[in-house]
Design a protein around this ligand. Structure first.
Ligand SMILES: Cc1cc2nc3c(=O)[nH]c(=O)nc-3n(C[C@H](O)[C@H](O)[C@H](O)COP(=O)(O)OP(=O)(O)OC[C@H]3O[C@@H](n4cnc5c(N)ncnc54)[C@H](O)[C@@H]3O)c2cc1C
Length: 392
C-alpha cells in the first residue's frame, strides 16, 4: 500500500467518482465480486456530476436510451429501498417542446416511448396552457408530457452510490490521478497514478471530459470533445409557481424549478473546446442575460425574476451525442463509460447496472448496450435514431 492508501492490487479499478463511476461501483459491489478500487483525481462529484442540472426525462429518440432512462427512473423512485438513503428525486412532470415542423417526429417518438412502457402523452396547446398557465404557448401545436419525470441531484447520487459501495468494502481514493494505463500484450494490467501503480485485470474509465488525453497511449482515441455550458439560477418572480420541467427547442433552453423558491434555466448551445481543468467558474453577465431573455419568450415572468447565481460546467460530447459504453478496442480488460454529451445524469443508475453486466457477464442483459460500443465510429456505425430532432 502507498502512503495515501493506494492498494497494490485490486480486482476492479474504476477511474472517476462521478455519477457513472459511483454507479458502476455500487452495482459491482452488490454482486460481491471482489476488491473494487475507485480513484478520483479530485473528489466525488467534482466533475460534471456535481454541476448537473439533473433533469430526469424519458424523452429520447433512440429506443435503448429510453430503456436506460426507464430503468433509472425506477431506481430514482425507489432510492431508499435500493440505495438505503432518502435520495433527492423530485417529481415535477416534464414537457418536451420541439421545433415547428417536428410534430410528426414527436408523435412517432412518443408512440415508441409508450411501447417501451414510458408514461408519456401527447398534449395540445390548450392542454399545455392548463398544465402551465405561466407559459406562453401560442405557437405550440403539440408537446409531449411525462407526469412522473422531474429532477434530481448529481452530488447526492454520486455520494449515495459510492457510500453504499464503500459499506460493502470498496476502496475509495480521492486526489489520486491516473496518469496512464499499464498495458502488456494487448491486456490491461493496471493503472499508473501520481501515488504509484495499482494492478488489476479489469479497469473502467468513467472519466468524463478528461477521457481523451488519458487514452493517448492505448492506440484507441475516444472521439470526445469538451464543451462549455452555462446555467442561470433565479429567484422566483412574485406569483411564479413551481411547475413542470421543460426542454424547449424553440427557445433553445431547458428550465425547471429548483426547490420551491428558485428556478433554473440552461442553454442548448456550448463553446468548444474548453479545458476541463481551467474554465470560467461563473457565467458571463451577457451570456446569462441572453439565456434568460430566450427562456422568457416561453415564460414571460422570468423577465422580472432576480438572478441569484450561475453554474458552469463541461460536457463530454461525442459525434452522435451518445455515450461510449463497453470494451475498448485492442485492450482486453479495459472498459470505457464516457461521452454522455450533457445527458448522463438521468441514465446514471442504469448505466452502472448495464456496465456491471457487460463486465461480469460479457453482455448487458437489462438493456442491450451494443449500439453504444466504443468501436462504432471506426466501424462507420454512429447511432442514428429513426426520428431525430434537429437538436437531438
Ligand atoms: C452544467 C451541466 C448541466 C447538465 N444537465 C444535465 C441534465 O439536466 N440532465 C442530465 O441527464 N444530464 C445533465 N448533465 C450531464 C451529466 O451531469 C453528466 O453526463 C454526468 O454527470 C457525467 O457523469 P460522469 O461520472 O461520466 O462524469 P464526471 O461527473 O465528469 O466525473 C468524472 C470524474 O472522473 C475524474 N477523473 C477524470 N480523469 C481522471 C483521472 N485521470 N484519474 C482519476 N480521476 C479522474 C474527475 O475528477 C471526475 O470526478 C449536465 C452536465 C453539466 C456540466
Amino acid at each position: 500500500m502507498s502512503a495515501n492508501g493506494l492498494p497494490k492490487t485490486a480486482d476492479f479499478i474504476i477511474l472517476g467518482a462521478g455519477v457513472m463511476g459511483a454507479s458502476i461501483a455500487f452495482h459491482l459491489a452488490r454482486r460481491n465480486v471482489g476488491r473494487i478500487a475507485v480513484l478520483d483525481k479530485d473528489h466525488v462529484g467534482s466533475g460534471g456530476s456535481g454541476r448537473s442540472s439533473a433533469l430526469v426525462r424519458m424523452h429520447y429518440s433512440f429506443p435503448p436510451e429510453v430503456q436506460l432512462a426507464l430503468v433509472s427512473l425506477k431506481i430514482f423512485q425507489h432510492w431508499r429501498e435500493i440505495v438505503g438513503e432518502p435520495g433527492e428525486f423530485r417529481k415535477t412532470g416534464f414537457v418536451r417542446i420541439v421545433h415547428p415542423g417536428e410534430s410528426e417526429a414527436l408523435k412517432q417518438n412518443v408512440a415508441m416511448q409508450r411501447n417501451l412502457g414510458a408514461k408519456v402523452e401527447l398534449i395540445n396547446r390548450h392542454q399545455l396552457r392548463e398544465l402551465a398557465p405561466d407559459w406562453q404557448v401560442d405557437e405550440v401545436e403539440l408537446a409531449a408530457y411525462e407526469p412522473d419525470s422531474g429532477y434530481g441531484d448529481g452530488n447526492v447520487v454520486a455520494n449515495d452510490f459510492l457510500n453504499r459501495a464503500r459499506d460493502s468494502g470498496t476502496t475509495y481514493l480521492s486526489k489520486t490521478h491516473a496518469t496512464n494505463f499499464l498495458i502488456e500484450g494487448g491486456r490491461i494490467r493496471g493503472v499508473q497514478t501520481d501515488h504509484g501503480e495499482i494492478h488489476a485485470p479489469v479497469v473502467i474509465a468513467a472519466t468524463g471530459p478528461w477521457t481523451r488525453p488519458l487514452f493517448q497511449s492505448t492506440g484507441y482515441d475516444p472521439p470526445i470533445e469538451t464543451e462549455f455550458h452555462q446555467v442561470a439560477i433565479l429567484k422566483n418572480a412574485p406569483t411564479m409557481k413551481p411547475g413542470a420541467a421543460c426542454i424547449d427547442s424553440v427557445t433553445a433552453t431547458y428550465f425547471r424549478s429548483d426547490a420551491s423558491d428558485k428556478f433554473l434555466v440552461g442553454d442548448f448551445y456550448g463553446k468548444r473546446p474548453i479545458d476541463p481543468d481551467n474554465f470560467p467558474q461563473r457565467p458571463s453577465d451577457n451570456d446569462l442575460e441572453e439565456i434568460i431573455e430566450r427562456a422568457a419568450r416561453r415564460l414571460p415572468k422570468l423577465e422580472t425574476a432576480e438572478v441569484m447565481r450561475g453554474v458552469t460546467g463541461v460536457y463530454d460530447v461525442t459525434p452522435d451525442s451518445r455515450p461510449l459504453l463497453g470494451p475498448v478496442p485492442g485492450v482486453e480488460g479495459l472498459f470505457l463509460c464516457a461521452g454522455f454529451s450533457g445527458m448522463g445524469f438521468k441514465i446514471s443508475p442504469a448505466i452502472g447496472l448495464v456496465m456491471s453486466e457487460q463486465i461480469l457477464d460479457g453482455k448487458a442483459k437489462t438493456v442491450d448496450i451494443t449500439p453504444f460500443r466504443p468501436s462504432r465510429f471506426q466501424e462507420g456505425q454512429p447511432i442514428k435514431a429513426d426520428f431525430e430532432y434537429k437538436d437531438d
